[in-house]
Design a binder for this molecule. Structure first.
Ligand code: ATP
Ligand code: MG
Length: 567
C-alpha cells in the first residue's frame, strides 16, 4: 500500500470544511443536510450526496439533517417520504431527531417575503407564466421589466395578502424579487418567489393556496436550521448568487454552499424526471423494479449497502462532471458479495442426468463448503442420488475445441461428489437431448482421484428428487447504449428489450428452502442471487444480482490502478 493510499488526501469539499474548522468560521460546528424532494425514490446518485453529507457530519461529530424540500404539491407524495426514509436507513444512515420539512417553515417563509416587500425588494406581478418567460430575455439579451415593477410597497403588501387569502386565480399573480432584469445570470432577473396554486399538499393539505418556489425555500431552510455546509450539485452554482441575495437582504444566518459534480453512470439514467417516466409509461414494473437505479430496486436485486457505499467512496468527489463506468459499481458489488455470500448449487436450465450404476433409492450426503472466502462459514450437506440435474450448457454432443465439459464418452467431476462418464444420450421426437446417462466411479467420492487422473471440468448439479423448483430472473442493462439518448435523442429508444429474462423450472439445492426475501447466495458458476419478495414458501423466486465475471478487476490490475478514484 502506498502512503497516498494509507492517508487519502481530502477532496475539495472536505478540504473546505477543514479550513472552516481551522479558521473558526462556524464556531467549530459542522451541520450538513440531505434535502430530497419527495417526488420519487432515491437513486444511486442520491447515495453519492448522502455519503458525502452524512460522512462529513460524522467525521466531525456533527449532525446531518434530513430535510424534505417539499414546495411542489403537484408532484410530492407521502409515500415518497416514507420510501426515502426507508432507503436512507437501509443505506446505513441515521438522522436521529433531525427530520425536517420545508413545509414546516411556510409561515416563516411568508414573513420573510413580507419583509422583503416592506424593504421594496419584492413586488406582486400580474404577468402570467408565459409572459414572465417571454420577458425574461436570453443569455445574450437583457430581460424586460414587468409593468408592475413600480408598484408601491403598500399596494404590494395588500396584493400579496390577497394572494394568500385566496382572492387570486391560479397563475394570475406572482410575488417576484426585485433584483435586476439585465443581470447576466438569468436566475437574478426578478425571479418568482411565490405562485398561486390550488393544490392539496401532502402535509399542509389546503392551508395554503400560494407556494414558495424552491429557490425561495432552499436557502432559507438551510439558514433556519443553521446548516454550516450546504452541499449540492453543480447545477446550483448559478443559483448561489440568488440564495446569497435573499439571505443578505433578509439579514439572516448564512451557511456556506459548496457544489460538487453529479454522479452519472454508463448505461443508466439518473434523473428523477426520467425515472418517473420509466415507471409511469410501464417500461419497468415500478420504482423497485430490479433493473432501476433506485436504492429500493438495487436492494431488491441483491445489492448490499456496503457495496453502494464503497462505490460512492471510489468515485470520489470532484468539481467537474464525468461519467462513471457501471462496471466499477458491479466490481464493488462482487467484491462485497464474494466475501459474504454462502455458496449453493443451482441449475438454471436443467438437463436430467441418470447414473446407471448408482443404486436406486440410495442417497448420500455430500459435504460442501459454504464459503471458501470465509472459513468460519463452515460446511453443509448436499444430497446426492441416482438422478440429478446438470446445466444444459455443460453438455455438448459434439464438443468444439476447448469445450472441456461433458460430452459422450468424456469424464467430468461433479462438485463435492463423484467423477462421472457420459455413456448415452436420450433424445425427444424433435431430436433434442433430454436426458444423459452416465456411470460413476465409486472410488472418487468427494471428487477426489486416488490414481491422480485428471479431468478438466467440474460441474454443479442438484439431486432431482431433492431439489427445489425455482423461478430465476436474469437481468441485463436497462439501456443498450452507454449514454442513453445520446445518439437517438430519446433515451426511451435506447431501452434494451432483452433486459429481463425469466427462467422457470430452475432447480436449487434443498438448503435454500424457506429462505426469506432479501437473502443472498452465490450460485456456483452462475453469479450472485437474491430471494425476491414475489417468492412463495413452496416456490422461491431469485433475482440474479450480478454474474460472476468481473471485467473491472482485470482492467484494474492491467492498468495498475490503485482503485482510489475513477475520475
Ligand atoms: P434528479 O435530477 O434525479 O431529479 P434532484 O436533484 O431533483 O434529482 P432531489 O431530491 O432534489 O433530486 O435531490 C436531493 C439531493 O441529492 C440534492 O442535494 C441533489 O443535489 C442530490 N443529487 C441528486 N441527484 C444526484 C446525482 N446524480 N449525483 C449526486 N447528487 C445528486
Ligand atoms: Mg432537485
Amino acid at each position: 500500500m502506498s502512503t497516498a493510499e494509507a492517508r487519502p488526501s481530502l477532496d475539495f469539499v472536505r478540504e473546505a470544511v477543514a479550513e472552516d474548522l481551522r479558521t473558526g468560521r462556524f464556531d467549530g460546528r459542522v451541520v450538513t443536510r440531505f434535502p430530497p424532494e419527495p417526488n420519487g425514490f432515491l437513486h444511486i446518485g442520491h447515495a453519492k450526496a448522502i455519503c458525502l453529507d452524512f460522512g462529513i457530519a460524522a467525521a466531525h461529530g456533527g449532525a446531518c439533517h434530513l430535510r424534505f424540500d417539499d414546495t411542489n404539491p403537484m408532484k410530492e407524495e407521502n409515500r415518497f417520504v416514507e420510501a426515502i426514509k426507508r432507503d436512507l436507513r437501509w443505506l446505513g444512515f441515521d438522522w436521529s431527531e433531525h427530520e425536517y420539512f420545508a413545509s414546516d417553515y411556510y409561515e416563516q417563509f411568508y414573513e420573510y417575503a413580507v419583509s422583503l416587500v416592506r424593504k421594496g425588494r419584492a413586488y406582486v406581478c400580474d404577468l402570467g407564466p408565459d409572459e414572465i418567460r417571454a420577458h425574461r430575455g436570453t443569455l445574450t439579451t437583457p430581460g424586460q421589466e414587468s409593468p408592475n415593477r413600480g408598484r408601491s410597497i403598500d399596494e404590494n403588501l395588500e396584493l400579496f395578502e390577497r394572494m394568500r387569502a385566496g382572492e387570486c386565480a391560479d397563475g394570475s399573480r406572482t410575488l417576484r424579487a426585485k433584483i435586476d432584469m439585465a443581470s447576466p445570470n438569468l436566475n437574478m432577473r426578478d425571479p418568482v418567489m411565490y405562485r398561486v396554486l390550488r393544490a392539496t399538499h401532502h402535509r399542509t393539505a389546503d392551508a395554503w393556496c400560494i407556494y414558495p418556489m424552491y429557490d425561495f425555500a432552499h436557502g432559507q431552510s438551510d439558514s433556519i436550521e443553521r446548516i454550516t455546509h450546504s452541499l449540492c450539485t453543480l447545477e446550483f452554482e448559478d443559483h448561489r448568487p440568488l440564495y446569497d441575495w435573499f439571505l443578505d437582504e433578509l439579514e439572516i444566518y448564512h451557511p456556506r454552499q459548496i457544489e460538487f459534480a453529479r454522479l452519472n453512470i454508463t448505461y443508466t439514467v439518473l434523473s428523477k424526471r426520467r425515472l418517473v417516466q420509466l415507471v409511469d409509461e410501464g417500461h419497468v414494473t415500478g420504482w423497485d423494479d430490479p433493473r432501476m437505479p433506485t436504492l429500493a430496486a438495487m436492494r431488491r436485486r441483491g445489492y448490499t449497502p456496503e457495496a453502494i457505499r464503497a462505490f460512492c467512496e471510489k468515485v470520489g468527489v470532484t468539481k467537474t462532471n464525468s461519467l462513471s463506468d457501471v462496471a466499477l459499481l458491479e466490481h464493488c458489488l462482487r467484491d462485497d458479495l464474494n466475501a459474504r455470500s454462502p455458496r449453493v448449487m443451482g441449475v438454471l436450465r436443467p438437463l436430467k442426468l441418470v447414473i446407471d450404476n448408482y443404486p436406486a433409492g440410495q442417497v448420500e450426503q455430500m459435504e460442501a463448503v459454504n464459503n471458501p472466502e470465509d472459513p468460519g462459514a463452515g460446511t453443509r450437506e448436499v444430497p446426492f442420488s441416482r438422478e440429478l440435474y446438470i446445466e444444459q450448457d455443460d453438455f455438448r454432443e459434439d464438443p468444439p475445441r476447448k469445450f472441456f465439459r461433458l460430452a459422450p464418452g468424456r469424464e467430468v467431476r461433479l462438485r463435492y461428489a463423484y467423477l462421472v462418464t457420459c455413456t448415452d444420450v436420450v433424445r425427444n421426437d424433435a431430436g433434442e437431448v433430454v436426458e444423459l446417462h452416465c456411470t460413476y466411479d465409486p472410488e472418487t467420492r468427494g471428487g477426489t482421484t486416488p490414481d491422480g487422473r485428471k479431468v478438466k471440468a467440474t460441474l454443479h448439479w442438484v439431486s432431482a428428487a431433492h431439489a427445489i423448483e425455482a423461478e430465476v430472473r436474469l437481468y441485463d442493462r436497462l439501456f443498450r447504449t452507454p449514454r442513453p439518448g445520446k445518439d437517438t435523442g430519446n433515451y426511451v429508444d435506447d431501452i434494451n428489450p432483452h433486459s429481463l429474462q425469466v427462467l422457470t423450472g430452475c432447480r436449487v439445492e434443498p438448503s435454500v428452502c424457506g429462505a426469506e426475501p432479501g437473502h443472498r447466495y452465490q450460485f456456483e458458476r452462475q453469479g450472485y442471487f437474491c430471494v425476491d419478495p414475489d417468492s412463495s414458501p413452496t416456490r422461491p423466486v431469485f433475482n440474479r444480482t450480478v454474474p460472476l465475471r468481473d471485467a473491472w478487476a482485470k482492467i484494474d490490475q492491467a492498468a495498475g490502478r490503485k482503485g482510489s478514484k475513477a475520475s
